[in-house]
Ligand binder design. Structure first.
Ligand SMILES: NC(=O)c1ccc[n+]([C@@H]2O[C@H](COP(=O)([O-])OP(=O)(O)OC[C@H]3O[C@@H](n4cnc5c(N)ncnc54)[C@H](OP(=O)(O)O)[C@@H]3O)[C@@H](O)[C@H]2O)c1
Length: 198
């Protein structure tokens, strides 16, 4: 049975997005040194963890990546869209056949789950709608059993996309697995936490 791991960065109140951006990519945050460190640390970790694996995402998250970085290289990118004509549009983002081979579009969660069920492992990489689908404890079908959370100790009042509540969905933090920033000066500002299903 496939093991699904979520990977996400969020603020104190589970903020994950504003429009197509992560809130801390807005200029007012991104220009601060501690946010520059966060970005480097977090993106590096995301790349290291997901490289070589299948990654599952919604169409809006796919479109949030810069054109040169989509589909994410070195990974099989599974993108959900109710509009299969998006498939053509998304594929037009690149002309390189090698890149086309790593992009798969699915028109429903059922078809996505059917396509990945035989794998050992895949990562759920966002956004809000896709995390909400795979966190639920009630539904039939695949669900995340581990979530890797980059927790940023700040509020982002402009956020309009949120991660579902972790505890209410049956997850608890395993403190023994918490990692701290590469630069010790940022300790307390963000941490890398692991949540497991109770
Ligand atoms: N902080 C983080 O770690 C993190 C990670 C990832 C993303 N984000 C942020 O999250 C935000 C995007 O999240 P979001 O919730 O707005 O969108 P999303 O989950 O990325 O994508 C939503 C899209 O997925 C497709 N979809 C959803 N349910 C579907 C279903 N049942 N069947 C088929 N397709 C379905 C639809 O595409 P169509 O409209 O084409 O039908 C829908 O518009 C952005 O702000 C992004 O920056 C943050």
């Amino acid at each position: 049975m496939i093991e699904l791991t979520g990977i996400v960065a969020m603020g104190k109140n589970n903020e994950i997005g504003v429009g197509l951006l992560m809130p801390w990519w807005l200029e007012e945050y991104a220009s601060q040194q501690r946010y520059k460190d966060l970005r480097t640390d977090d993106l590096g970790r995301f790349k290291e963890i997901t490289m070589g694996h299948h990654v599952l995402m919604g169409r809006l998250t796919y479109e949030s990546f810069p054109k040169f970085a989509r589909p994410l290289p070195g990974r099989i990118n599974h993108v959900l869209s109710t509009d299969m004509s998006q498939s053509k549009k998304l594929s037009l983002d690149f002309e390189d056949e090698q890149k086309a081979k790593i992009l798969r579009i699915h028109s429903s969660f059922e078809s996505l789950e059917g396509a990945i069920i035989g794998l050992d492992h895949a990562y759920v990489i966002g956004g809000g709608q896709v995390y909400a689908h795979f966190i639920s404890d009630k539904k039939e079908g695949l669900k995340m059993n581990r979530i890797l959370v980059t927790r940023i100790n700040d509020d982002f009042p402009m956020a309009d996309v949120f991660f579902p509540p972790l505890e209410a969905n049956g997850f608890e933090k395993d403190d023994s697995l918490t990692l701290h920033p590469a630069n010790p000066e940022n300790k307390g500002f963000y941490s890398f936490d692991t949540y497991v299903r109770r």
